[in-house]
Design a protein around this ligand. Structure first.
Ligand SMILES: [Zn+2]
Length: 441
């Protein structure tokens, strides 16, 4: 049974690896996709990323009403840009070269006219993005960059106009129209961003140590939860890097990070990193927050994937975490549908057993060093946990909305203890796994 399952897993991998190979020779990806395909011409080069002299955005404002709304961004020089709409939810994405945003706190949070809110930030080294949440279907009636004139700085200007859904859908690039979902294979090759895959260190073929993927949630334009000036994306990155260092120090495992800096990575790409590297374990790190009206929760929670959420809070959380792509302006209609293959289904069942086993081991270890949630093991439909062949858990290491938890989350002492427990659980998991599974492949 063990062998058969492994064989099935290989089949699953084969599909994906073929897709990954195809990517290597794929030509320019189509227009309306996730961040890394974003246009800014000078963007991806290393020299652009290391140049300290990024354009500065000093102000942003909205004007107009719910028929026509104008967005203006004040800059210190002219920049290139590319603007395009996305469906479901209705958004407009503006890709620009990396910009140093010096905007007042709260910029973008107030609704005006056709714009519900907007966000801005880095989506890749050298590339920034502005994402508008729209109240409904719109067209970009005008978009241009103005020279400095009459005491005004250079400005990026976008005019949005209300349209009906039919003309909105027609205005989308063909591959991002909701009713034209690409087939699985096309979508898989088309949505792996070159940046992510290129950034991965090559894995030495002779290194047979198990590979662990650490996935700090959010990043770049997506801050995650927030409390004061503490953002989830920074807290979980710090935690993830500390976990990586500790695991690597043991010498027993290889580690790959889905991100090791403040970059946004789409959810699907996080899963793809784990699958394409044949990871033996995937650990996603997050820090939750509870809206004030819902009381005060505290402690760490460990989540595995399930079709049906274990409780209402787990459901709410999965929904919130699954929004990361929409927040960053990833074209959701482009996402491949779940691979509905019976072989993968079988592999998935075994993977689930391992995911649950690791979750329990992790809870047993963590509860001796870390304050746990009153129901520390839960499950829900997290998209980032859906690799059919990689045991995966998502750990909410605490609530940034809880004062005590937040004190822990920013404490290096606490982090060391929590990381130590995780490494202990990883050791137990792999020693048991190797003992029951016989020699590794
Ligand atoms: Zn999160």
């Amino acid at each position: 049974m063990e062998n058969r399952a492994k064989h099935l897993i290989f089949l699953g991998c084969g599909l994906l690896c073929a897709a990954a190979l195809a990517l290597g020779v794929a030509s320019a990806p189509s227009a309306a996709e996730g961040p890394p395909e974003g246009q800014p011409a000078p963007a991806a080069s290393a020299s652009a990323a290391s140049a300290p002299n990024f354009p500065i955005a000093s102000g942003a404002r909205l004007a107009g009403d719910d028929k026509q709304t104008r967005f203006i961004l004040d800059l210190d020089r002219k920049i290139e840009f590319r603007a395009f709409p996305l469906a479901d939810p209705y958004r407009v994405v503006v890709d620009i070269p990396q910009v140093n945003f010096q905007l007042a706190a709260g910029t973008g949070s107030a609704a005006r006219g056709l714009v519900k809110a907007f966000r801005y930030g880095l989506v890749m080294p050298g590339g920034s993005r502005i994402v508008f949440d729209m109240t409904g279907p719109v067209k970009i009636a005008n978009s241009y960059v103005l020279d400095a004139a009459n005491g005004q700085p250079p400005r990026l200007v976008l005019d949005f106009e209300q349209v009906d859904r039919t003309s909105f859908v027609q205005s989308l690039a063909p591959e991002s129209r909701p009713e034209l979902k690409p087939s699985i294979s096309e979508a898989t090759t088309a949505t792996i961003p070159a940046v992510t895959t290129a950034a991965l260190p090559p894995v030495a073929a002779t290194d047979s140590r198990p590979l662990i993927v650490i996935d700090p949630g959010h990043g770049g334009i997506d801050n995650g939860t927030q409390s004061g000036d503490q953002t989830e994306k920074n807290l979980v990155l710090g935690f993830g890097l500390a976990l990586r260092d500790r695991i690597e120090k043991s010498g027993k495992y290889r580690v790959v990070m889905t991100r090791s800096d403040d970059t946004f990575i789409p959810l699907n790409d996080r899963v793809k990193i784990a699958r394409s590297q044949s990871a033996a374990l995937f650990v996603s790190i997050h820090a939750d927050a509870l809206p004030r009206r819902e009381g005060d929760a505290q402690g760490a929670t460990i989540y595995t994937v399930s079709d049906k959420a274990s409780d209402a809070e787990a459901e709410r959380l999965a929904e919130a975490e699954n929004k990361a792509d929409a927040i960053a302006g990833v074209n959701l209609t482009d996402e491949p549908t779940e691979v509905a293959d019976i072989l993968i289904d079988l592999a998935q069942r075994e993977t689930k057993t391992f995911s649950n086993r690791f979750a329990r081991l992790l809870m047993d270890e963590m509860k001796s060093t870390v304050r746990m949630h009153k129901h520390p093991l839960k499950s829900a439909g997290f998209r980032v946990l859906k690799a059919p062949d990689v045991p995966s858990v998502l750990v909410e290491i605490g609530y940034v909305s809880n004062k005590g938890d937040l004190e822990h989350l920013v404490s290096e002492n606490w982090r060391n203890k929590a990381v130590g427990s995780m490494v202990q659980a990883i050791d137990t998991f792999f020693s048991k796994r190797l003992a029951t599974a016989g020699p590794a492949k």
